[in-house]
Each structure stands twice: as C-alpha cells, then as structure tokens.
Design a protein around this ligand. Structure first.
Ligand SMILES: [Zn+2]
Length: 471
C-alpha cells in the first residue's frame, strides 16, 4: 500500500493554485542554504536572496505581518483580531544539510536543480524541510488573499541553522519569553511515520505517528588511568579490564523503564482496534509491569519506555599481547526518556562502576517536556489529519529525532512535531539527509491542504483554546 492511497479530499480549496505552489518550491530548492557547523562556510547571501524571493512571492503575508530578522532567521507575526487568544506558531527551517562531497553525480537531478520530473520536485530540502516552509507561506498567503481575517495571532518562524547549532530558534524563543508571549501551540517538522500497529497488538491497522516530545542526548566518557606494565602480573586488573567491566555493568543495569503518559495514550487510542488477546488484557488491567515486558522485547517499541545506551567509542589499548595498556577511554551514547536527566544518569552510572573509572558528560541535552494530548493544538490537529488521511490512526509518540521546536517549550505547553508531507517511506529514507531528495507533487499539495486546514481551524474559526492552563 502506498502512502498516497490514504489521501482524501484532494479537491478541497479548488481555487488554490497548485501549479504555482509547485513552481515556488522549485525556486526555493535552487537557493543553496546549506548549514555548516563552521559558519564561515555558510553562504548567507543565499539566505538573503531566498528571503527576498519570499517577500516577492508572498506579498500579503509580508504586508499583513510584522517581520523581524533574528540573525538570518525570520519571524513574521500576523496579528489576530482577538488579543485574548494565545498566538499559534507554525515553523520550519531554511537551512539544509550539505550534499555529501563526491555524491553529486549520484543525483538523478542536481541537488539544487529544482527539477520537475516523474511527478516529483527534486532537490536538497524537498523533504527536509523547504516543502513545509513554502507550504506554510502558501497557506497563509492563500487565506489572506481570499480576504480571510485572522482571529488568533499567527506567528511564522523560519530558523537558519536547525541542522547545526540552533542559534536562530534559541534567540527567537528568548525574545518571545522576554516579551511575555505565551503560545497556544507550535507546529514543526517531525514524525509522520506510517506503520502497521501489529507490535501494539493491532495487526492490520495503519498507525501514523505524531511527535509529542524528544528524548534527551548524553555522551558519557569513561576514563581509566593506569601505568601499564608486564602482563604476567595483572593483580590489580588492567585498564581495559576495568573499563570493560564498567561498560558491562552500565549496560546490564540501565535506569528503570517507565510507561509515560504518551505511551498510555497511544495504547488507549489503539485499544478499540486491538485483536491480540495478550495486549488487550495487559491494557485493560493496566498491567504496567506486563506492558513494560512487552515493550522491552520489541525493536520498534523498547526505546519508547527505556533510556538506551550504546557504547560507541574506545581509545587506548595495548600494542602487544604481553603489555598491559595504560590510560583508556570509552564513550557511551545515551538517549534519555523524560524520566531521566543527564545528572541523574551520571549519578546512576557512578554507583555502578569501580571507583577507578572516572565518568564525565561530554555532551548533554535533557529530554523535552512531553506535550499533552488534552491540549488545544493536538485536539485541533487530529481532526484535520483525519479529514485528509483516510484509515490512518494517529498516535501520539516520541519524535524520532531532535527538532528546533523544543526551544519553544519555554513559551508553549503544546509543541507538536508533525510534517504533514507524507511521502513514501522508501523515497523519504533515501532522500532525507541522503541522495535524490525529492517530493511528489501529490504529497506536497496534500501537506499544504493540511496546513491550510489547521490555520483555518485554529486562527480563523479559532475556537477558544485557553483550556491548557498556563506555563
Ligand atoms: Zn529538518
């Protein structure tokens, strides 16, 4: 089954000019807005040229909105008529990842060609995430051109360096916080994976993921200092032995697994469709231990309930079989559930290892705060998705990767990661951060309908959303 088989209501907004929207995305893909950690390599003039193009292409958005440049990031505020409603924020990033050197020739159509072929629009950024950037502007421009007025204030935000250091979004979030702005919801890229729900006990049901939070990230360094020496007298152990034991101890005593509220909500949502009697029984009895056992035994599920550990680097070791090694180091990469913090993880690991092993955090980001499915943004998004995608069951889960959206958690309780551009999985997997990035016209236009529907529902019809409590 293809993803496009789920598409319905593709004739909504018949006066929307899809051909022009396609041309606009093709143009956008021709700007080489590549991100590098070494910012001296970034061609900021390409960002400037692209933003000039946006101003020319979306005149209603730029005249209705107040535009602010934060570095090379762009924030547009389109004021609503009802100041009592908290604003909504739709976002995407302008930057793209580099094309891997020497792979340019592997692209069927050049990475910055914006070619249109085989019903697809080709180029770096077609799926990550210029289609969403362009789509958000297409939707807002379309609604403003149709003479619609916004009841709820709408913020659009397009950051400059999501793929590297997220300075743009950090500055924007700080700015909103300083101004006392509280957002009703944020919609950013992410999730949208379609899968058979067999692992959830509902085989034959097609589930589609909506990202509610992101796991934390920790690189922990383990160091052992030793003199080395002749291997005939290893009375105190060797640095390699001590290090190995420490790694083994950590791997076999990971922090406790937990069922988060998001996981419970996923199960509740799928419960009416479950046919596996074991899973049905576990859910009905709210058997947390049984469910954890079920999740931990499945590749697609265990990381939802468990902080994971992957030893990735090792340094040191001896050059000869009869010489004990001197100083050694290893790195374990952890992905944290919201139940663990970098600090609690460090304490947990310290208690497990020999005192001769030194532990330190070389990189650390805590898990983001899970957004609640009871909140307005989520409650509005799901019916819009169900309107455009037939037979898909949308489930709230942890987002696959990291996004810029987490930085807005200081001004928003409902941070949703869902790019509504549901391209076929094989095409998305090959193209995103890879070769031959491209998007079909159908997936692109259907995504724009979702964004338009979401803007209509939340900013024009704008049912009051102030039931989410405050920050
Ligand atoms: Zn992205």
């Amino acid at each position: 089954m293809k993803n496009s088989d789920f598409f319905i209501h593709e004739t909504d907004y018949p006066d929307f000019n899809g051909d022009r929207a396609v041309e606009h995305l093709r143009e956008m893909l021709r700007f080489e807005t590549t991100s590098y950690v070494d910012t001296s390599r970034v061609r900021y003039e390409e960002f400037d040229r692209m933003q000039n193009f946006l101003r020319e292409t979306y005149p209603h958005v730029f005249s209705a909105g107040e535009t602010e440049r934060i570095g090379h990031s762009l924030m547009i505020r389109i004021p609503g008529t009802d100041p009592t409603l908290r604003p909504a924020l739709f976002m995407a990033h302008q930057d793209v990842v580099p094309v891997v050197p020497e792979t340019e020739d592997n692209w069927t159509h050049g990475p910055f060609s914006g070619d249109l072929a085989e019903g697809m629009i080709w180029g770096r950024g077609a799926m990550d995430i210029k289609e969403m950037l362009t789509g958000i502007l297409e939707s807002a421009e379309y609604l403003l051109t149709s003479g619609k007025s916004f009841r709820r204030t709408l913020y659009l935000f397009f950051s400059e360096d999501e793929e590297t250091c997220s300075t743009g979004v950090t500055a924007a979030a700080d700015l909103l916080k300083k101004r006392g702005v509280e957002l009703e919801f944020v919609l950013d890229e992410g999730s949208g994976d379609i899968m058979d729900a067999a692992d959830y006990g509902a085989p034959g049901i097609c589930a589609c993921t909506v990202g509610m939070y992101e796991k934390g990230y920790v690189d922990m360094k383990l160091s052992v200092h030793a003199q080395g020496g002749h291997s005939s007298n290893p009375f105190h152990g060797t640095s390699l032995g001590i290090l190995s034991q420490a790694i083994a101890a950590i791997l076999s005593h990971l922090p406790e697994a937990h069922m988060s509220d998001s996981v419970w909500e996923t199960l509740q949502k799928l419960r009416p469709m479950m046919t596996d009697p074991v899973m049905m029984d576990l859910v009905d009895r709210k058997d947390e231990a049984g469910l954890l056992h079920w999740f931990l035994g499945r590749e697609s599920l265990y990381h939802l309930v468990q902080t994971t550990a992957a030893p990735t680097m090792i340094k040191g070791g001896s050059a000869a079989g009869n010489v004990m090694p001197q100083d050694m180091e290893a790195v374990i990469n952890f992905r944290l559930t919201p139940f663990d913090t970098p600090q609690s993880l460090l304490e947990h690991c310290k208690a497990l290892v020999d005192e001769r092993v030194e532990l330190s955090l070389v990189q650390q980001i805590g898990a983001s705060r899970p957004s609640d499915t009871g909140l307005y943004g989520y409650r509005m998004l799901i019916p819009v998705l169900e309107h455009y995608f037939d037979r898909l069951v949308f489930i709230p889960v942890q987002n696959r990767g990291a996004t810029d959206a987490r930085h807005f958690e200081c001004v928003c309780r409902c941070v949703l990661r869902f790019g509504p551009f549901l391209e076929e999985e094989t095409i998305a997997r090959e193209g995103i951060h890879g070769t031959n990035e491209r998007i079909s016209i159908r997936a692109y236009l259907q995504g724009i309908r979702v964004l338009t529907g979401m803007m209509v529902k939340t900013c024009i019809e704008a049912a009051d959303g102030d039931d989410g409590g405050s920050l």
